[in-house]
Each structure stands twice: as C-alpha cells, then as structure tokens.
Ligand binder design. Sequence first.
Ligand code: IDP
Ligand code: MG
Length: 142
Amino acid sequence: MSQRTLAIIKPDAVRRKLIGEIITAITQAGFHIVGLKLVHMTKEQAESFYDVHRGRFFFEELTRFMSSGPVVVMVLQKEQAVEDFRSLIGATDPTEAAAGTIRHRFGTSKGENAIHGSDSLESAEREIAFFFSSIELVDHAP
Ligand code: IDP
Ligand code: MG
C-alpha cells in the first residue's frame, strides 16, 4: 500500500548545508517527493507541531531548536513510507542509529539529529495537514 509521510530536514542540517545530500539519500531510497517547501517556524508553531511532547523535559530545548532557523518540510510517498522512512533515518540518538542511516551520517546529538520522520500513519496525516494544503501536494501514481 502506497503511503505518505512527513519529513523535516531540521535547522542543524540546513545550517550545515546538507539539504542536497539528504534529499539525494531520500530519493535514492525510492521515496517520491510530492510536497516540498522551506519554512521558518515561530516558537509557537514548533510547540504546536510537537504538542504530543508538551511537558517532556526536552520540550523547551526541542521547540527552541526547531524554531531557530529554516527547515525543509517534505511529503514523501512510497509503499510503506512511514515505516521505511523511520528505517532510513535511524534511531533518535545518532550514536545509536545504524550505520548508513541519515541520523548516523548527519546528526550530531540526540536533539540535533538532522531529520524528522512521522512515527505512524495517524501522525503522518496530522503532520502533513499541519504544513500542507491540498494544492501544495502533487499526485503521484502509487
Ligand atoms: P523521534 O524524532 O525519533 O520520533 P522523539 O522521542 O519523538 O524522537 O523526540 C522528538 C525529537 O525531540 C527528537 O527527534 C529530538 O530532536 C528531540 N529529543 C528527543 N529526546 C531528546 C533528549 O533526550 N534530549 C534532547 N532532545 C531530544
Ligand atoms: Mg517521535
């Protein structure tokens, strides 16, 4: 079943000029980009995006970081996109992420881990709707 998931190239990776290399890794892994834009979130928008983490000890650091500079948000389509993209990005902590994963290659700490990927189909639907309207998404045959 073809699915859509939300990816975010985080501010650390954008600052380090890694947008091109990360998009290459994503498209070479078979994902089709069906939506893409550059966004600089306000602190409030980052808090709203990460609402499920409100109250966690890292919430303040996370939302400050995610609103610290522009990010690249993308909607990716592929068979089993949600699960396969989580595999491609690797574990949250880059030191624990498998070799070859995006976080292992480009992340520098548990917070500044280069990329976000939706953790379930339900999260993907919510996160895609958070950033994109239907006119900003192209059709891609499954
Ligand atoms: P995930 O991105 O792998 O799904 P989550 O546990 O959902 O990981 O956490 C969301 C984001 O919050 C992480 O990607 C990371 O940027 C940040 N984060 C999570 N745990 C920590 C921590 O212990 N210290 C600092 N930042 C963290
Ligand atoms: Mg998560």
